[in-house]
Structures are given as C-alpha cells and as structure tokens.
Write a protein that binds this ligand. Sequence first.
Ligand code: NDP
Length: 296
Amino acid sequence: MPETDSPKLFGRSALSGAARVAGVIGWPIAHSLSPRLHGFWLDRHRVDGVYVPLAVKPGMLGRALIGLSALGFAGANVTIPHKEDACALVDEVSDLALRIGAVNTIVVRSDGRLFGTNTDAFGFIANLEAGCPGWRADAGPAVLLGAGGAARAIAVALIEAAAPALVIVNRDQGRAERLAAKLGPAGVRVEPWAKRAEVAGEAALLVNATSLGMAGKPPLDIDLAALPGEAVVTDIVYAPLVTPLLAAAGARGNRTVDGLGMLLHQARPAFQAWFGIDPEVSPELRRHVEQGLRPS
Ligand code: NDP
C-alpha cells in the first residue's frame, strides 16, 4: 500500500518533550471530529505535536484560556458554546472574527498573548472552490437559509468574496434582520421563511446553514422547482453527508457540495499557524474523517 494511503499512527508514541500542543475547546466535546482531523495531518507530516479534546464547561472559558497560555499551548480551536465569548476573552481579535462576532481559532503568541481569529469563512469558500471547480462568489446572488452562528460566518464570507446580492431567509425573521443590519452594505436583503421556495428562484448559490436535515432533525422542507438549473447548492450539515436537500438538488441536475469539506478546509489555516505546515485536504483525509462520522 502506498505510504499516502496509510499514515502510521506513530505520532503519539514518539512525542518528544518539545512537542507542540493544540486542542479544541468545547462542551460537550466528545463528538468532535477535530482531533481525528488534525491527528491525521500530524501523522502524515510526522509532526512532533499533538491535538487534544478539551472539555471546558460553560462559564469556564476565561480560566481555560489563561491555562492555554500558562501551559505553553501553540493554540486551540474554540467551538460551541464558547465561540462568541472567546471574542472578548482573547488579547487580540482579527477584523474578520470581529465582523463575524465569533472566534474559532486561537494562536498563542511567543509572548503568551492570545490572538483570536475565525477560519469558518475561509473554510466555506475553499470548500465551494474545491467541490465545484470554477465556482465564484461574484457570479450571482446567494440565498442563505439560516441566521445562526454558522450563517453569520457564511454571510461575511460571501460579502468579502463579492457576492453581488445576499438574501437571508430564517424562521425567526427578526434574527435575520439583526444579522443583515450588522452586515451593513446594500445588497443584503431579508425575506420571510414562508417565501424560501420563491426566493430560491433568484439563487446562483443556495446555502443551507440551518440545522435542518441533520441526523435526528427534520429535513429542510423546500420546493426546488424555481431553482435555476445552473445554481450551486451547498449544505453545511455533514451528518448525513448527503442531506435530503443535496439529494433533491442533485436529482434535478444542480451541482452540489456537501458540508464536510467546510470542516476540513477551516482547519487548514489553524494547523498552519500552530504547526507551520499548510496541509492538504486530500481524499484520504476525507475518508479518514468520514469514518469518524459513522456510528461504530
Ligand atoms: P445555531 O443554533 O446558531 O443556528 C441554527 C439555525 O437553524 C438557525 O437559523 C435556526 O433558525 C435554524 N433552525 C433550527 N431549527 C429549525 C426549524 N425547525 N425550522 C427552521 N429553522 C430552524 O447553529 P449553528 O449556526 O452553529 O449550526 C447550524 C448547523 O450547521 C448545525 O447543523 C451545525 O452542525 C452545522 N455546522 C457545520 C459546519 C461545517 O463546518 N460544515 C460549521 C458550523 C456548523 P431560528 O433562528 O429561527 O431558530
């Protein structure tokens, strides 16, 4: 078997005293795929480093972040429920994370200060570019279903990538309006949830950023009859990989991109910042992380 198909899990048994340490802070954290994802790259690149799950209860983030610096961590990812609180608790926040209102990646500087940024926007765009070669955000209007935390990062990503129009549609319309107001520029509009099928008719890109369609949740109920044939459809839900939305869009001939790639690509800038290597989102990595999705 070629070396690229079977990374040896030698890393954890060969760590030196100088190993770099990173991890993911969240609560609960046991379901996180990030240790599996970063662990693959650490093994593949034979890095003297480790990436661990860090179960940090609500209310404990401030103490955990002081610990990161005190313990000499290279940095950490931050996930639910701490992403928003992290903005106020790090020493420096990137402009992008400020716009999104959430930090998902922390880098510990050499002087121990914590720099917080957000790589979800990068992950969203990179996934579409990789999954749909030739796709460009500026090619046409985007219709975004959802106005929660993930939708905020995606809205900022699409605006930064020069989408000419962004229509936000959310069950709680007030939440969508607050998001649109924060985004600011002309070209962002909110429509009622009841009009989602009609609004899809305007989309060059249709994004599901709600949790609908996730295993254990109801499917996203949307009639795609009006969706243009050339529209690209992406769902950020990745469990299951092929959501009912992606299945319906694929069946009528639309190009589709699943949500797992967003998770894989958002990890790249963080890995590079902590371990000094820009890793590849390869088919082998995808297969390895997909195995972590399957109930054993
Ligand atoms: P939030 O809880 O912040 O937002 C949930 C969104 O789903 C809101 O827009 C909410 O609408 C909507 N929603 C929930 N239930 C319903 C329903 N019954 N009918 C209509 N709308 C509903 O979650 P996140 O934004 O953090 O995450 C959303 C999804 O994205 C999750 O499934 C998560 O796993 C996935 N995700 C994937 C990532 C990736 O890398 N691929 C990254 C981050 C998240 P309302 O405001 O009306 O409640």
